[in-house]
Design a protein around this ligand. Structure first.
Ligand code: DGI
Length: 154
């Protein structure tokens, strides 16, 4: 196994933002370094773009509405094989399944169900780059203003 230091993208979803303190501790205790972090509220258009790989899936609309329903906490994580290891720490997609099958996983501990599952993790190097750029744009992308991030609405 190639134990390289790698970046990945993590996001605490609206259902778990109230538990972000515990989640940060859990992430750090699991060996990841949090190198960037911010709380933002996505609007519907931004949520659609973020989840565009799921366009056409039955749950796409619900997912977009849910992610835009409240603030999320976006993070850049660094660690050895962090993309795979962060996905492993998350556990199964459905928090109810996670509690049965991987009770130590983050989704088992902090999530509710198939939609309110506490957190997101990139599933490939391509996704990680895209998702990190989405939330933490480099200076060039900031100038282009293609992806505009907003602060929480009143
Ligand atoms: O990579 P994952 O987050 O584990 O799962 P995924 O890429 O298959 O789906 C992305 C998100 O979409 C997932 O975290 C929660 C939501 N989702 C997946 N399957 C369903 C779903 N939401 C609903 N309501 N129903 C589903 O069947």
């Amino acid at each position: 196994v190639n134990k390289r230091r790698q970046r990945t993208f993590a996001m605490v979803k609206p259902d778990a933002v109230s538990k972000v303190g515990e989640i940060v501790t859990f992430i750090q205790d699991s060996g990841f370094e949090i190198t960037q972090m911010k709380m933002v509220k996505l609007d519907q258009e931004q949520a659609k773009i973020f989840y565009e790989e799921h366009l056409g899936r039955s749950f796409y609309r619900d997912l977009v509405e849910y992610i835009a329903s409240g603030p999320v906490v976006a993070m850049e994580l660094v660690g050895n094989d962090s993309i795979a290891n962060w996905r492993k720490l998350l556990g199964p997609t459905d928090s109810e399944v996670a509690r049965l099958e991987v009770p130590d996983s983050l989704r088992a501990k902090f999530g509710t169900n198939n939609q309110k599952n506490a957190a997101h993790g990139s599933d490939s190097t391509f996704s990680a780059l895209r998702e990190l750029e989405f939330f933490f744009p480099s200076e060039d992308n900031k100038k282009q203003q293609n992806i505009r991030l907003v602060t929480p609405k009143e």
